[in-house]
Every structure is written in C-alpha cells, then in structure tokens.
Design a protein around this ligand. Structure first.
Ligand code: CTP
Ligand code: MG
Length: 254
C-alpha cells in the first residue's frame, strides 16, 4: 500500500484500419482501385484523410496491395501523411483486415475498419461510429434503408437459364451497411481468430467484419449511415464521386 496514487493509465486509443489491397475488378482495367484518382487525388488519400480528420482516431493503418506497400508508403509521404502505418494485404478482404489488426500497437482498444473504396465518408459518420463503441457497444455499423426491393434467388436449373425467384424479404427490415464499422478490438480480434479465412462469400472470406462478429453471438448495433459513404465499385460510382467532390468544392471551398 502506497500513499501515492497510481499513475493514471494511458487513455485507450482508437485506430482506423483501411483495407486497400483489392484490385477493383468491377471498376475495370487500370491501377488497383484504391490508387485510382478522384478529383486528381488517389482514392486512398481521400480515405486516409477522412479517418485522420476524425477526433477519435489517433492512428491509421493502411493495408496496401501485396506488391504495392512501398509505392503506397511513398504516396502517403508525398501527401504529407507520414504517420500512417502501411502493411501488405492478402488475397481476400478478410485476410487484409487480419493483417491490419496484427499491426496495431497494444494501447489500441477500439478499431474502425474502413474501406479505401469509400473515400468520401463524412467525418461526422466516423465520429458517430467511434463514439458508439466508446459508449460500450462492441460492434457498430453505419447503415441506410435499402431503396430497391430485393429478391432472393435460387440456382438456375441449367447454366444460362433465368434465375428463379424464391422470395422477397420485407424491405422495411433490410439495411445496406457501410464503413467505417467500429469494434472493441478484443471482439474483432476474436472473430478473426475464430473464423477460417475461406469461410463465407463462396470461399472468398467475409466481406463484412460485423458479419463475423455476429457469428460470435456478439450484438451488433446500427447508427445512421450517410449517402456520401457509398462504395466506389463500378465505373458509374466514379462519376458520382466526382460530382460529390465538385459539390463540396462549390459549397465549402473544400
Ligand atoms: N480489399 C483488400 N484486400 C483484398 C480485397 C479487397 O484490402 N484482397 C479492400 C479493397 O481495397 C476495398 C475494400 O476491401 O477498399 C472493399 O472491397 P471491394 O469494394 O470489393 O474492392 P475490390 O476487391 O478492390 O474490388 P473488386 O471486388 O471489384 O475487385
Ligand atoms: Mg472485392
């Protein structure tokens, strides 16, 4: 027993892991998707800035294309982002996230996982996710209502035949989820340790971190997503992203 109070434990910190190792097959020929330009700046740089601007985030880890870590390092240095850690990714998004988590220092207690392919997420959305985790939710996902009615299909009888519809889920109960998804680090690390890397999405691993946490039986909660947090997947999404940037420049000189 000492009369002196114990030194205050350091504040647990929040990190953002940005999987950016995908090729962007659906976007068409060109550089890896995260390195494609948006308003003259690589998508990845937009995504890193979106995370670094959030009050909660004190460390950003970028998971680079497996053969592109040096190039990404140089790119981030050129854009004045020298404090960002860069690690090489893997063949699936799940494996890339796992490698990003493995690079986190011990004092990180909250992790946001954010797709490089969602470069325009507003900072308020990032902060809302981080705040909900810090307030005690082990897993938090930004989500929006689904505008289209969604059909569930079964397998076609023969290749090339039309797909049969087997059901129409009630749209009012569906949500489209975005990133950043926020987690207590221990929860996400356990999910990644538990589930085989080839489970889910037809052997390509999980495309959604929260889905892995759900399988642990841990509750996942939603916060409002934002339409500007959409994922750049197909060529038309680049047109939309350029338009969003142009609107921002016009309205706030961004
Ligand atoms: N991702 C990753 N490692 C992989 C695959 C994907 O880090 N092996 C990342 C992508 O870089 C992207 C995010 O996961 O930021 C979401 O994936 P997606 O939108 O599917 O991007 P890509 O896999 O690059 O695109 P596509 O599926 O069209 O090839
Ligand atoms: Mg993909």
């Amino acid at each position: 027993m000492s009369d002196h109070p114990a030194p205050a434990a350091p504040e647990p910190r929040t990190a953002a892991v940005i999987p950016a190792a995908g090729r962007g097959v659906r976007l068409g020929a060109g550089a890896p998707k995260a390195l494609r330009a948006l308003g003259g700046t690589p998508m990845l740089v937009h995504a890193v800035r979106a995370m670094a601007r959030a009050r909660a985030v004190s460390l950003v880890v970028v998971v680079a294309p497996p053969d592109g870590a040096t190039g990404v390092r140089n790119l981030l240095d050129e854009h004045n982002l020298p404090d960002v850690l860069v690690v090489p990714g893997g063949p699936t998004r799940q494996e890339s996230v796992r490698r990003g988590l493995a690079a986190l220092p011990d004092d990180i207690a909250t992790v946001l996982v954010h797709d490089a392919a969602r470069p325009l997420v507003p900072v308020d959305t990032v902060d809302a996710v981080a705040a909900a985790v810090r307030d005690g939710a082990p897993a938090v996902v930004p989500a929006l209502p689904v505008p289209d009615t969604v059909k569930q299909v079964g397998p076609a009888e023969r290749p090339g035949d039309p797909e049969p519809v087997v059901g129409t889920p009630d749209r009012s109960l569906l949500r489209a989820v975005q990133t950043p998804q926020g987690f207590s680090r221990a929860t996400l690390a356990e999910a990644h340790a538990r589930f085989a890397r080839t489970d889910g999405a037809a052997g390509d691993g999980a495309t959604d971190d929260a889905g892995m946490v759900e399988r642990l039986g841990v509750p996942v909660v939603l916060v409002p997503g934002h339409e500007e947090a959409f994922k750049v997947t197909r060529p038309l999404d680049l047109v939309l992203a350029e338009a969003v940037l142009a609107r921002r420049r016009a309205t706030d000189g961004f």
